[in-house]
Design a protein around this ligand. Structure first.
Ligand SMILES: Cc1cc2nc3c(=O)[nH]c(=O)nc-3n(C[C@H](O)[C@H](O)[C@H](O)COP(=O)(O)OP(=O)(O)OC[C@H]3O[C@@H](n4cnc5c(N)ncnc54)[C@H](O)[C@@H]3O)c2cc1C
Ligand code: SF4
Length: 576
């Protein structure tokens, strides 16, 4: 058993000092929510975070820098990019945000199939870095696997989730328009952003041309008009600077650092331990439940154990899988809760391969360089009510329009003339991308390496996740439909592109510890607790049965809040 090989030090003060009511592994989007809910309900909660501390406002070193304040004017130097071939593919990685990303060499993993694993190891996790697009999943998403006969049936319905979506939306602050679409249900919105003139025109044309598709303004976790609950968190109105991934000095977007963690701390019930790498979960056979976790200090490598009645696993999908696979015991020799051998399997993601670019004539009297955090969206319109195509499920589309730089191709423009040329705004360009659902399959899996370990003595993760024929067909359909739509709305110079990017770069990995009704075919019950160990909850992407076409993080928040409240109820009843 791996835990036995650790030189565990239950240090001064002994077990009592290391005992809490609840332990949360990971302080990112989902861990922050677990901490908030558990602390608010009075549980002494320990949040264990493998990365460094990042204190809101204090630890955003680049947040207010101007482009000329950066040594490389914001660019990643060539040598640094070469050292980080995976990370460099991520659009949000640049000089101003690099300190919040995991560097390739520091945390290696084994790619049995190409997988670009983008991570943020610090207090706040990827909540500092995310693009903040937030939509509810619809009843069609929760009904999908059951209707179409893939994966397993979801053990929850949209109607059961709806109040929890409301719960997290009201606190996080989500801007959006009430569009009345059952493919993308409305939420508790702050005022929407406004589309720019070209986006609006395209939107109107799409909506008047097609009866089966509806273009709407993007929904995102930004405080367009803060309510009292947001001001109480110390957050302010978003200033539309779109420098978010550096950390926002206004708390204008939702992050654990600006929102859930300080809120949890205010209760007096939170203990946050950065630099604490969770190695595995401790299972007590006599008690028939988990009693705590083994932790390795990120710097000294000293091992410690912490104990609690309830454990929330929120290390982000693949790291949650890793910790659970590494949590072996006599009872669970193949990984935590893994009686059915499905742990680490049915990993899925979002198909982001297709993009289109185009130009759009006119509106040259309108200057707009898209300093707003969202563009337009088109909820999925494929196979919504019944199977209609030769592929399963569908995709949503994001699109935006903006003006590029002026034309600097005239070689005679040098010096001042060159500067003038590039200072002029160019014509309007349109960008469209897909967010495709992928079908979870047993073969798409992660497992632990038997050969290589990381610096902390933990086996490295092997990723074996790839595309399939369904993904190819869905991509083809998106590119065809996208081209047709952009043509119909009057775009010119339309280019379609298949980036052929590996899975992972979507940063929406899900599954491996899926929920379900039947312990034979799933790991977790309808409350995100293990079927066979009711005091351990997994509420990040690892728990997802299927991926929907919507962005995932709002759904992780809703599941986490719901599970945390259930855990507290169960504790009160003495059931766990
Ligand atoms: C550039 C970018 C854009 C994105 N855009 C969007 C978007 O628009 N909409 C959307 O819905 N999602 C988006 N995402 C994805 C979103 O960030 C994730 O879905 C979300 O952060 C997942 O939350 P989480 O709590 O599962 O994981 P994280 O937020 O990653 O937090 C996990 C935490 O666990 C810690 N941890 C890991 N292993 C251990 C261990 N062994 N011991 C202790 N701690 C550990 C990590 O250090 C981390 O802090 C984006 C992500 C990125 C990077
Ligand atoms: S766009 Fe809003 S949330 Fe993002 S950095 Fe600017 S003020 Fe902050």
């Amino acid at each position: 058993m791996p835990g036995d090989s650790l030189n565990v030090n239950i240090n001064a003060g002994g077990v009592a000092k290391n005992t809490f009511d609840a332990i949360v592994i990971g302080s990112g989007i989902s861990g922050g929510w677990a901490a908030k809910e558990l602390c608010e309900k009075g549980l002494k909660t320990l949040v264990l975070e493998r990365g460094k501390d990042v204190v809101h406002l204090k630890d955003y070193p680049t947040a207010t820098k101007n482009p000329w304040d950066f040594e490389h004017r914001g660019e990643i130097p060539i040598n640094t990019a070469k050292e980080n071939p995976i990370l460099s593919k991520c659009y949000a990685y640049y000089e101003g945000s690099q300190h919040f990303f995991v560097k390739d060499k520091e945390h290696p993993y084994v790619q049995e199939k190409p997988f670009d694993w983008i991570r943020g190891y610090q207090v706040g996790g990827k909540s500092l870095l995310w693009a903040r697009a937030t939509q509810r999943w619809s009843k069609y998403d929760f009904e999908g696997p059951g209707r179409d006969g893939f994966a397993v049936e979801w053990p929850v319905t949209y109607d059961e989730m709806a109040p929890w979506y409301s719960h997290v939306e009201l606190f996080a602050g989500i801007s959006g328009n009430k569009d009345g679409l059952d493919t993308m249900p409305d939420g508790e919105f702050l005022p929407p952003w406004e589309l720019n003139c070209v986006e609006k025109e395209i939107q109107e044309k799409i909506n008047s041309t097609y009866t089966d598709r509806r273009s709407i303004i993007g929904r995102c976790a930004h405080l367009t008009k803060p309510n009292q609950i947001h001001l109480d968190q110390g957050r302010q109105q978003c200033q539309a600077r779109t420098l978010c991934e550096r950390g926002c000095p206004f708390g204008g977007y939702f992050s654990s650092n600006a929102s859930t963690l300080p809120w949890a701390a205010k209760t007096g019930n939170l203990t946050l331990r950065p630099d604490s790498v969770v190695h595995s979960i401790i299972y007590d056979e006599q008690k028939g439940k988990a009693t705590g976790v083994r932790v390795i200090d990120a710097h000294t490598k000293e091992a410690t154990e912490y104990f609690a009645k309830v454990i929330f696993v929120n290390a982000a999908c693949l790291n949650s899988n890793l910790i659970l696979l590494n949590s072996t015991s006599n009872r669970f020799p193949n990984g935590f809760g893994n009686d059915n051998g499905l742990l680490g399997k049915f990993v899925a993601f979002h198909n982001y391969r297709g993009t289109l670019t185009a130009s759009y004539d006119g509106h040259l009297d309108q200057y707009y360089y898209t300093r707003k955090p969202t563009g337009a969206m088109l909820p999925n319109f494929r196979n919504v009510h019944k199977q209609e195509t030769d592929f399963l499920r569908g995709y949503m589309m994001h699109y935006s329009a903006g003006r590029g730089r002026g034309d600097a191709s005239n070689k005679e423009d040098i010096g001042g003339a060159f500067k003038d040329a590039i200072s002029e705004a160019g014509g309007w360009g349109v960008f469209m991308m897909m967010q495709g659902e992928t079908i979870p399959k047993e073969t798409n899996h992660v497992r632990l390496s038997k050969d290589v370990k990381d610096e902390w003595g933990i086996p490295q993760l092997i990723t074996s996740v790839g595309y399939d024929d369904n993904d190819e067909k869905l991509l083809k359909d998106f590119l065809e439909q996208g081209e047709e739509m952009l043509t119909k709305v009057g775009c010119k110079n339309i280019q379609t592109n298949d980036s052929k990017q590996a899975p992972g770069l979507d940063i929406h990995e899900m599954g491996g510890v899926r929920m379900g009704k039947d312990p034979k075919t799933s790991m977790l019950d309808k409350w995100n607790a293990f079927h066979n160990c009711k005091n351990v909850f997994v509420t990040d992407g690892a728990a997802m049965v299927s991926t929907s076409t919507q962005n995932p993080s709002l759904t992780f928040m809703a599941f986490t809040a719901r599970a945390a409240n259930h855990a507290v109820e169960e504790l009160k009843k003495g059931n766990i």
